[in-house]
Design a protein around this ligand. Structure first.
Ligand SMILES: [Zn+2]
Ligand SMILES: [Zn+2]
Ligand SMILES: [Zn+2]
Length: 290
């Protein structure tokens, strides 16, 4: 019996040792395998990399799409010149860099908010006594855009030639019926001016028919001979105790032009030869033909 126990103990000891031995052997085997791998696959050398260059643009220098290495500098924008309608634009990348030029009326903080068929107050100096004023009403109505033929000897708006001259017409009606208008009459002056070019210093654009041949700038292109003011009297006189003055004024402009401005003021500004800033002190009512 004692022998049997000894034999069992010996078997168990051998099993434990062999289990123990297995655990010790495994890591050393793995280590020796891992050490071999790097030796059999050499690392790539820098000389073997071929750059895949993406050309420089306005934001990024010439750059390798693979490794990110750069060469030189980013290009600089090649900008168009700003005008009143368009900001500077890069002709290489198309980015907008800046703002359009500031229109003259915006520079002066003059807001033109008159719209068609609304009635606005209109204060005028009396004709027979300039110490008195009369308060009337002004309405702008019927804005018309027409195209006329510029072929010599034709000049029609109903022919087979190409129509190149754009005319914009605006009609207005001013009515007076207060006591001062009855007693002392009234005065009206009008000016043709320009939303973009009238910055308070440009007196070329203030009087009606005096300045034919002015130059406008539309999308950076200069147009000669614009703002040829023409006036048509529709009505002018007392009817049923209301003094009504109605006119249609016409502007020749570049095609699509939205900067022509008509200003009405309650005294004869043109005959007094005032500057634009002097006219402004008399609070003209402006209408923009757009
Ligand atoms: Zn590269
Ligand atoms: Zn650019
Ligand atoms: Zn024609």
């Amino acid at each position: 019996m004692k022998r049997l126990i000894m034999l069992l103990a010996t078997i168990m000891l051998v099993m434990m040792l062999s289990a123990c031995g297995n655990e010790q052997i495994t890591p050393s085997t793995e280590t020796s395998v891992a050490e071999i791998i790097p030796e059999s696959t050499p690392e790539p050398t820098p000389e073997l990399h071929i750059h895949i260059w993406a050309e420089a643009d306005c934001q990024t220098p010439k750059t390798c799409a693979d490794c990110g290495e750069t060469e030189g500098m980013a290009l600089s924008h090649d900008l168009t010149e700003a005008n009143y309608q368009e900001p500077p634009i890069c002709i290489v990348c198309g980015e907008i860099v800046g703002e359009p030029l500031t229109a003259g009326f915006d520079k002066q903080g003059i807001v033109i908010d008159t719209v068609l068929d609304e009635v606005y107050p209109f204060v005028a100096i009396c004709g027979d006594d300039e110490s008195k004023t009369t308060v009337g009403r002004i309405t702008f109505y019927n804005l018309v855009i027409e195209y006329w033929c510029d072929v010599e000897g034709c000049g029609s708006n109903d022919c087979d030639h190409e129509k190149v001259d754009e005319w914009r017409d605006i009609s207005y009606r001013i009515e007076f019926d207060d006591e001062n208008a009855h007693l002392y009459g009234t005065q009206i002056g009008y000016i043709f001016t320009d939303f973009y070019l009238q910055d308070g210093t440009n007196d070329k654009f203030i009087y009606s028919d005096a300045e034919i041949g002015n130059t406008l700038n539309w999308y950076g292109v200069e147009y000669q001979g614009c703002i040829n003011g023409q006036a048509e009297i529709i009505s002018d006189g007392w009817v049923n105790n209301v003094l009504t003055l109605s006119r249609t004024k016409s502007f020749k402009v570049p095609t699509g032009y939205d900067g022509a401005v008509l200003g009405l003021v309650g005294f004869q500004a043109e005959s007094k030869g005032l500057t634009f800033n002097e006219v402004l002190e008399h609070q003209p009512v402006f209408f923009r033909l757009k």
